[in-house]
Structures are given as structure tokens and as C-alpha cells.
Design a protein around this ligand. Structure first.
Ligand SMILES: Cc1cc2nc3c(=O)[nH]c(=O)nc-3n(C[C@H](O)[C@H](O)[C@H](O)COP(=O)(O)OP(=O)(O)OC[C@H]3O[C@@H](n4cnc5c(N)ncnc54)[C@H](O)[C@@H]3O)c2cc1C
Length: 383
């Protein structure tokens, strides 16, 4: 059933649950074999998921941020890698439409292809030389203007969803020293994906290296000038905490099921009746409730704010990411303590949640940036 045929987010959540159930059984295989869950992405396309964040005036469903995040969270309870991967695509779409900084013909064409041909895109911004681009490092990837076209050379790391992407939004330094974003189709000569991704966390994101050798693209595929390390507040980045919250919920669900069924012969009933187990499950519930209120409270504020008001929301957005991801790490840890040593068994998904949830610490914005920025705002306020 297509998501576009229903009216409420409860109905959408139901459809996404139905679709994503299969992701859980595939997650273990993709994690062990370090492969990409292409079939998950295909099934999300089939229910119309990948176009949901396109605004109505462009022919999409125009889903508000808070509604979209709740669907991202649902997907993550089944497979964090699928949620994070598709989250980049859907979030970046909202950003390019909000910014309207791309050439109009390119924006229209890309949106048409996303809507009608199921095309997917993501930013290839990180490089081994820059570390996280949010810290302001200049890309060593270069863009040279030659005879009404651009020639791009360089290497990008961490390109999530690389096997499924149609377009890469590549940041590169131009000859005049400015940095720009360029649109590169995966079929362009000189584009090569090197399957380098061998992380212990979020293995199913296939965040491989993108290698660009003399890739020639038309002049209008130069999208916009960017300023590394300086970004306006972006509500869509909340798909990151939504993803890790979903992973934490999955760990809590696993711990609850385990506690209901594990009954060692030192006890007359299952461990769920033990106060020490109940305290941990209860602490997790309290953290989940708090994280959800914070995430969706700020997302709803974003949905109802004007462009100008949104410019003032950076502290709230970064604090959500900081609190929710750190809570998610703690929730998975407590869930593992409930399960005991079996939480370390490879056949149990909770050991994957433990590895996956840590990746959240290394998605933007990073904690140190958030805390230093909050501190400097606090000092300014009291000057
Ligand atoms: C699962 C996953 C998916 C990802 N998907 C994508 C994607 O699709 N596209 C994409 O472009 N990127 C992606 N990334 C990359 C991500 O955005 C970061 O670029 C990457 O994780 C590197 O971050 P880092 O913290 O290791 O690097 P760094 O920023 O280099 O940080 C490493 C350490 O050095 C310190 N450090 C480095 N530079 C500074 C500085 N200037 N000031 C202060 N401290 C500094 C940090 O505090 C930290 O301790 C992904 C990452 C992960 C984990």
C-alpha cells in the first residue's frame, strides 16, 4: 500500500511497520556479510517512502518534520543502517528545497527524478583529510572550470548508501579558493565506488569511499557556494537522533522480551520479577520518554516556526542530538546489563544495537562542538 493514499501519521506508521518488519531478519545477514540492504531501499521506494518529504507544491506529500522523524524512528527499530541511509536522502531534499540555492532547472529535474523514477541522492562531504566537514576543513577534492564544464578530482569517505545512490552531492575546492557543491551522477565517467567500509557500527550503510578521477560534468551541475563549518540550523538533521532512538527502543524491547522469558533455576519465576531488573527497565523507560518529548517537541517547534525563527534554533537542535544520542547509548548499555552475558552472543541483535548506537556519537554535530557552542552562548548571555 502506498503511503500517499493515507491521511494520518498513525496510518503511515502502520504501513512502515508492516514494510520494515522484514528488515530485522535481514539486518543480521547484512551486518555479518558487510553488505548493503538494497531490498529494504527498494521496498521503501515501492510504498512511496522516499518522496514523502518533497513539499506539496513540488508534487510530494510535504510531510512535516515531526511526522517524518517518527517514521525514521520506526525504521530504525528494525534496522538502524536503513534508517540512517534513507534519512540522508530525505533530509537533504528538504534542505535543497528550503535553500533554493541550486540552479532552478537542476532542482526541478532532480525532484522530478526522485518523484517519478525513485532516484536517490546523498552528500559526499567527508574526506580522510578533513575529518568531519562540520569542523571547517577545506575539501582537498578539486573542481576545475574547463570549456563550459567542470572537472572534479578527489576522494570522499563515509558515502552512506553508496550502492543505491543515483546522485552524489560532492563538495570541492575551486581554483579561486571558494568551496562549492557539485552534482555528480553515478554513471559519469571517472566515478568509482571503492568498497572500503568496514566499520563495526552501521555496517549496512555501506558508507564507502567515492573516488573521482577527471570526472567532467556540465557547467550547471555546479550547485552552490558553501562555507565549510558554517551552516544554518537544519531541522532535517534530527533524523540522526531519531535513528539512534529507534535503535535504543529496539534494545529495550529485546531486554523486556528476554526478562519475561529467562528463568534460571535459582528463581521461581522469570527475571522480570526482580527489582534490580525492573529498575533498569524503568530507567530506560524514563529516558525514552524524555528523549521522545525533547526530540518531537523541538521538531514540532521547527514545523511551526518561520524561517527567521528557525535561524535561532541551533542550540535546541544540537542539544536534542546531544541528549538523545547519549541517552540512546545509555539505554542500550542498561538493556545489555538486563540480558547479561547472552547480550554478547553474536546471534542476538542486541550486540549489533550496541555497536550501531555508538556511531551516533560521530554523526554531526559532535558533542564537543555542541557543548562549546552552548557554553559560549551562556557566557555571552551573562556579559
Ligand atoms: C555511520 C556513519 C555514516 C556517515 N555518513 C556520511 C555521509 O553519508 N556523508 C558524509 O559526508 N559523511 C558521512 N559520515 C561522516 C561524518 O559526518 C564525519 O565526517 C565522520 O564521522 C568523521 O568524524 P570524526 O569525528 O571521526 O572526525 P574528526 O572531526 O576528525 O574528529 C576526530 C577527533 O579529532 C578531534 N578533532 C578533529 N578536528 C578538530 C577540530 N578542528 N577541532 C576540534 N577537534 C577536532 C575531534 O574532537 C575528535 O576527537 C558518516 C559517519 C558515520 C559514522
Amino acid at each position: 500500500m502506498k503511503l500517499q493514499t493515507v491521511n494520518t501519521n498513525e496510518e503511515r506508521e502502520y504501513i512502515v511497520h508492516q514494510t520494515a518488519q522484514a528488515f530485522l531478519s535481514r539486518a543480521q545477514k547484512h551486518d555479518e556479510e558487510n553488505t548493503f540492504p538494497m531490498e529494504n531501499i527498494q521496498e521503501l521506494k515501492e510504498i512511496g517512502y522516499t518522496t514523502l518529504t518533497i513539499p506539496k507544491e513540488f508534487g510530494g506529500a510535504g510531510l512535516p518534520l515531526a511526522d517524518w522523524l517518527s517514521l525514521q524512528e520506526v525504521i530504525a527499530t528494525y534496522d538502524g543502517s536503513t534508517s540512517l541511509s534513507i534519512g540522508w536522502h530525505m533530509g537533504i531534499i528538504t534542505q535543497i528545497i528550503e535553500n533554493r540555492s541550486w540552479p532552478e532547472n537542476i532542482l526541478d529535474r532532480v525532484l522530478y527524478e526522485v518523484l517519478h523514477e525513485g532516484k536517490l541522492l546523498n552528500a559526499a562531504a567527508s574526506e580522510p583529510e578533513t575529518g568531519s566537514p562540520t569542523r571547517g576543513g577545506k575539501p582537498t577534492t578539486t573542481a576545475k572550470n574547463e570549456k563550459h564544464s567542470w572537472v572534479i578530482n578527489g576522494r570522499k569517505s563515509f558515502t552512506s548508501m553508496a550502492p543505491a545512490l543515483d546522485y552524489f552531492i560532492v563538495s570541492a575546492t575551486m581554483e579561486d579558493g571558494q568551496v562549492g557543491n557539485f552534482l555528480i551522477h553515478r554513471s559519469a565517467p571517472g566515478v568509482k565506488i571503492e568498497e572500503t567500509w568496514n566499520s563495526i557500527a552501521m555496517r549496512g550503510t555501506a558508507s564507502h569511499d567515492l573516488y573521482l578521477k577527471n570526472v567532467r560534468i556540465p557547467a550547471d551541475h555546479f550547485l552552490e557556494v558553501i562555507h565549510p563549518g558554517k551552516k544554518s540550523p537544519a531541522g532535517w538533521l534530527l533524523h540522526i537522533p531519531a535513528c539512534y532512538l529507534g535503535i535504543a527502543q529496539a534494545a529495550q524491547n529485546f531486554a523486556i522480551d528476554f526478562a519475561k522469558s529467562y528463568s534460571p533455576n535459582s528463581l521461581s519465576s522469570a527475571i522480570k520479577d526482580l527489582p534490580n531488573v525492573q529498575v533498569k527497565i524503568g530507567e530506560n523507560e524514563a529516558d525514552l520518554i524524555q528523549a521522545r518529548y525533547f526530540l518531537y517537541g523541538v521538531a514540532k517547534k521547527w514545523d511551526t516556526s518561520s524561517q527567521n525563527e528557525r535561524l535561532e534554533m541551533q542550540s535546541e537542535l544540537s542539544s536534542v542530538k546531544y541528549h538523545v544520542v547519549n541517552s540512546a547509548v545509555n539505554i542500550v548499555d542498561r538493556a545489555m546489563r538486563v540480558v547479561g552475558a547472552q547480550s554478547l552472543f553474536k546471534e542476538n541483535p542486541i550486540q549489533r544495537y550496541y555497536r550501531d548506537v555508538r556511531a551516533g556519537l560521530h554523526n554531526p554535530p559532535m558533542d564537543d562542538r555542541t557543548l562549546v557552542s552552548l557554553a559560549s552562548k551562556a557566557f555571552e548571555r551573562t556579559e
